[in-house]
Design a protein around this ligand. Sequence first.
Ligand SMILES: [Zn+2]
Length: 298
Amino acid sequence: MKSQNLLRKSITIALFTGASIMSVNALAQNDAKLSYKTEKITDTIYMLSGEGGFTGGNVGLSVGSDGVAMIDNGLSSTIDILKAEIAEITEQPIDYLINTHIHGDHIGNNHIFGKDGARIVSHENLRASLIKDEKNGGPASFPVLTFNDQMTIHLNGDAAQIIHFDHAHTDGDAVVYFKNDNVLHTGDIMFNKVFPFIDGNNGGSVDGVIRALEGIAAMINDQTKVIPGHGPLANKADVLRTLAMVKDAKSLVGKMVAAGKSNSEVLKANPLAVYESYSWGFITTEKMTEQVLTGFAK
Ligand SMILES: [Zn+2]
């Protein structure tokens, strides 16, 4: 459970600082032991995740004779250790860089890899939001290949299906499914074993998260390796457990709303107390209740 506690603490730091990714970077730089570790998931696919502190979201890599596709790229402060870790796996440059969503702990190094020649791929809403954001990393950080519904990159003997789920964690989410390798990266639609963060300010919604988790569950099987946005490697049972929890949370809160309770009455009653074990620093049962209530707002 040590890594679980670290995950909770780490995401808390990222979310409390919100737009101030610089603060997170300062924290990361002060941690001398911060590093990436690599798990080889299949012959061609790797998961890179942080150790010793917060590096950002889990990174996926497809490496083979056709080239390299990378999913997400961590906080900007982690560029040196990220590049060093990638160099241990391959000397090839990154050909495609897929962004799962707009948060800085997932796309903090777009500008670096973009300048290095990677073609950045994202949902069209992500590109539009990034261009509007004054704190973006400049044109080199902008996706050059965008899609509305889904697209596929054929490489390394597999088809990387990049699929959009609308208004889930944000309004520009993508999950990436390597069908032959049977590996799926969820982005932040799923955190393993903790409440999800639903970013309403960026177009996220509870119903969207439920639809996305249902969609993911329908695509995969019991052998699928699921790379969550944060936390340890997961599987279909983890996806189904998360889905059941979010649906039940919606039902528990919804019953109180239907009974005419005000938001403050619902919060006071703490209907999600049964899910206390899913709480972490930023998304407590109260905050999760607030996220769910947003979906019932008229
Ligand atoms: Zn996120």
